[in-house]
Design a protein around this ligand. Structure first.
Ligand code: FES
Length: 149
């Protein structure tokens, strides 16, 4: 961080402020799999704290720390932009959505077993479509309005 400050020609404190504020920066080494559980309002209303507890139980890590085997780092984060599929968590670069405590534990177990589950919704739905499939915007869109014709 001191080197970054030097290269950018700014006070080291400015770099420390950024590095300690944003959760995507870590100032110390963390577990191999960074489990970030979103607890912002939409996810919280859908049981995010139950997901967080399930991740702590399955990994053996306390929120903000690593598991004893060094495999998992569990943390609480703000909105990760998958609110329509709440509750969700991100593990390294992938999102796991539509979680229940049981599904969250299965996802962590799959990482421990070396065969990570496919990212995305962990129920039957596709992307952020309703569970019953596509129900709107099915027709061909009308041609754009053109006042010259
Ligand atoms: S509130 Fe959890 S992803 Fe947005």
């Amino acid at each position: 961080m001191n080197k970054v400050a030097q290269v950018l020609g700014m006070s080291p404190m400015r770099v420390y402020e950024v590095a300690t504020f944003y959760t995507m920066f870590n100032t110390v080494p963390i577990g191999k799999y960074n489990v970030q559980v979103c607890t912002t309002t939409p996810c919280m209303l859908r049981g995010a704290y139950d997901i967080l507890r399930a991740c702590e139980e399955e990994s053996g890590a306390h929120c903000g720390g690593d598991s004893p085997d060094g495999l998992f780092h569990v943390m609480e984060v703000e909105c990760l932009g998958a609110c329509a599929n709440a509750p969700m968590m991100q593990i390294n670069d992938d999102c796991y959505e539509d979680l229940t405590p049981e599904r969250a534990k299965l996802v962590l177990k799959s990482f421990r077993d070396g065969k990570p589950h496919k990212p995305g919704p962990q129920n039957a739905r596709k992307n952020s479509m309703g569970i019953m499939g596509k129900t709107t915007l099915m027709e061909e869109p009308p041609a754009p309005y053109c006042r010259e014709l």
